[in-house]
Design a protein around this ligand. Sequence first.
Ligand code: F0G
Length: 482
Amino acid sequence: MPEIKFYDHEPIPMEMHKVKIVQQLNLLPTRQRLERIKEAGFNTFQLHNGDIFMDMLTDSGVNAMSDEQLAGMMKPDDAYAGSESFFRMAKKLEEIFGIPYCLPAHQGRACENILATRFVTSGKCVIMNYHFTTTKAHITRLGGHVEELVKDEGLVSKSDLPFKGDIDLDKLEACIQKEGADNVAFMRIEAGTNLIGGQPVSVQNFKDACAIARKHGVLSVLDASLLQDNLYFNKTRDEACKDMSIREITREIADQFDIIYFSARKFGFARGGAILVRDEALYHSMEDLVPMFEGFLTYGGMSIREIEAMTVGFDESMEMDVISQGPQFIKYCVDQLDAYGVPMITPGGGLGAHVDAIQMVGHIPQEEYPSGALTAAFYICGGIRGMERGTLSEERNPDGSERLASMELVRLALPRRVFTLSQVEYVIDRVKWVYDHRELIGGLRFVHEPATLRFFTGKLEPTSDWPEKLAEAFIADFGEDQ
Ligand code: F0G
């Protein structure tokens, strides 16, 4: 995409689309927001969408669809078995990834359930650059354990390293030696790496990691849920890829892997998922799990209409004009906040802008969930719904002690093609205000703590009356109705 030049100022991100359908937003006054977050147990997953002004929880299933995708939804071939819509999707995926076998599943974690059920047994190890919450939950449910081998630099919040999601190749080699290749269920590389700030993986690292896995006879799996952002960074940050098309880069990456799976709530801008399998025997060894958990092999629990939208979305994910929108908006947001002094994960990655809560509210002990408290503060002071990505999103250790997250982040997701730059400016402004009043924010403690994936359904309370004090300070600056 050519960078659009401006006459009297530096370039800003430009939307290469126009808005055709809109949804009305609602900005509740601060005191009402304070009540809503209390009712939600200080957990932004528990808020009602109607009470939110800027929904930056996730990009999952909420990316704006294109006119072409909606048009595709008008021609589904509805059938329990043998839907032509499914065959069109599988053919498109083969064209893009060069992998012939496709198992459909209703979303990313459903793919993870199938992969874990097939490959993980008690004591087995799954090697990753970094875990994702649902991925890990399926592996540990079956008695397996996860080894996270992202390079040390990947966990440094302020950096200018272009590919912070890269796996450490020495650690990978050592881990396979230590575990024994037979005990490694598979190696999973996540591109881009969600929980460390949507950070990308380089093409060379994919190649080197898969070569090591291949040498040891370890199965290689790519989680391609956030691949479209990763591809943008491969193209723009890696000299070796600068003259390659997005399709060529995709193929270069895909060629390394035995299995590719993804959430099409992200990749493909719709709602669904799929597992692509290179080897026929391996495909057959998993196919019975699809009708058991998902639905017949030609819909996998998905609406056929969504399958048609996904197929169009996959093609759009190969367009630089489409995939650059998210990372460019994120970079704009990250750079502005970083310049103000707000501790951000840099460089900006995919998916969203990530605030480093350890740095911003370091006075809150990790056991009192600083990222969770900061996430609640952004809602109180702006109606902005982010997502906690820190200790609250971890599971406790088997002995009941807290597993303190290696990164405490608040994610402000930028679903693709959804927000305008003025809305992003609003978010930047409110985050700056919260940063300047950060000492008012206190901790949280659980009042209802589920054993698994507690961040989804858990309820918390503040450890003091800090939310009231924060709201009063905000009202003093902005008035009653903001
Ligand atoms: N893998 C990655 C890298 C993800 O980011 C997600 C979901 C999944 C797998 C699971 O896919 O939601 O379709 O079941 N990430 C969402 C998020 C939930 O908000 O980051 P799913």
